[in-house]
Design a protein around this ligand. Structure first.
Ligand SMILES: [Zn+2]
Ligand SMILES: [Zn+2]
Length: 292
C-alpha cells in the first residue's frame, strides 16, 4: 500500500509540475517545457538562416515525428515513469542503500562552479560510456536504431530515441551521481539547459565546429559522422560517441571526421527493414515489428 501511494503521488506530482510549467507557474530556470521549446525555435531559426546542406528542406523528412519524439521523451514519458523511479528509490532506501552509500568524492567543501563542473563532466562521461554500450551490444542496438534511423539530419532528431534509452541511461547516471554523494548542485539546471542546447546544435543543419574548442565540445560536423551509414573498417560498431563533450572520443581514440561537407548517407545497413512510424519503431526493439 505504501508503494502504491508513493507511485500515485509521484505520478500526480509530475503531471502537476508539467502543467504548471506550461502555464508559467514554476521558476523560469526550472521551466523545461518552455526552455526546450525556446531552444528548439532558436536552433530552428539558425537552420533557416545559416543552412549547412542548402538543398535540405526546413521541414525535412520526419520533422514532425521527431518533434513528437522530443515532447514524448521529455514530458509524456517522464509522467508515465516518474512513479516507478520513486518506488525503486524508496525500495533501495528501505534496504539501507542511499545516495551516500557509494560516495567517492565529497564536493561540499568546494565553490559552486567547481561542483557544477564536476557534476557536468561526470554525467557526460557516464552518458558517453552508456552510448558506447548501446552500439556494442546487439540487443541494446535494436533500441538505439531509432535514433540512427534519421535520414535527413536536423535539430529535432536530437530527442528522437526509443523510450527504453531513458531506462538504460538512468541507472548509470544515478550511479555516476552517487559517486559524488547523490549531490545535484542547486544550479544543475544550467548543466541541463547547456546539454539540451549542445545536443540540438549537434544535430542541427548548421555547421558549427567551435574552432580549437572542438577537441572539448561535440559539434554538428563530428556528430553527423556518428550517424554515417558507412563506417571505417575496424570501427564498425561506431565512432564519435560524444554527448556534450567530444573529449572522450579523442581520449579513447573513437574520433573520426574525414571531411566536413555535411553531405553523407545516414543510417545503418538494414534501414529498409526498419519501421517508419512512431508506434512500430517503439515495439521494434522487443522483436515485435521486424518488417515495415
Ligand atoms: Zn549512437
Ligand atoms: Zn545523434
Amino acid at each position: 500500500m505504501e508503494y502504491l501511494e508513493i507511485f500515485a503521488n509521484s505520478f500526480v506530482g509530475t503531471v502537476n509540475w508539467t502543467w504548471r510549467s506550461i502555464i508559467f507557474n514554476v521558476p523560469w530556470y526550472n521551466n523545461y517545457f518552455w526552455g526546450l521549446t525556446l531552444i528548439s525555435l532558436i536552433v530552428w531559426g539558425l537552420e533557416f538562416a545559416f543552412p549547412w546542406r542548402k538543398n535540405q528542406s526546413i521541414m525535412r523528412k520526419d520533422f514532425w515525428m521527431d518533434g513528437f519524439y522530443m515532447y514524448f521523451n521529455f514530458f509524456i514519458f517522464s509522467i508515465i515513469i516518474a512513479g516507478v523511479y520513486q518506488v525503486i528509490s524508496t525500495l533501495f532506501f528501505n534496504i539501507g542503500i542511499t545516495a551516500n552509500s557509494f560516495q567517492f568524492l565529497d564536493l561540499s567543501a568546494y565553490p559552486w562552479w567547481f561542483e557544477l563542473l564536476i557534476f557536468f563532466i561526470l554525467l557526460d562521461f557516464v552518458q558517453w560510456f552508456t552510448h558506447v554500450l548501446l552500439h556494442k551490444f546487439t540487443f541494446l542496438w535494436q533500441f538505439h536504431k531509432v535514433h540512427h534511423s534519421v535520414e535527413e539530419m536536423g535539430f529535432a532528431a536530437h530527442l528522437r530515441y526509443h523510450w527504453m534509452e531513458n531506462i538504460l541511461y538512468k541507472p548509470l547516471k544515478t550511479i555516476g551521481v552517487m559517486l559524488i554523494g547523490g549531490f545535484e548542485p542547486e544550479q544543475a539546471y544550467i548543466v541541463h539547459f547547456f546539454a539540451i542546447t549542445i545536443g540540438h546544435l549537434n544535430h542541427a543543419n548548421v555547421k558549427i565546429t567551435w574552432g580549437p574548442l572542438r577537441y572539448i565540445f561535440n559539434n554538428s560536423v563530428m556528430h553527423l559522422w556518428h550517424h554515417a551509414l558507412n563506417l571505417p573498417k575496424g570501427q564498425r560498431t561506431g565512432v564519435n560517441f560524444g554527448i556534450s563533450l567530444s573529449l572522450w572520443d579523442y581520449i579513447f581514440k573513437t574520433n573520426y571526421i574525414p571531411n566536413d561537407t555535411g553531405d553523407i548517407a545516414l543510417g545503418f545497413d538494414d534501414m529498409d527493414e526498419f519501421p517508419t512510424s512512431f508506434a512500430k519503431q517503439n515495439i521494434y526493439g522487443f522483436g515485435l515489428s521486424k518488417k515495415k
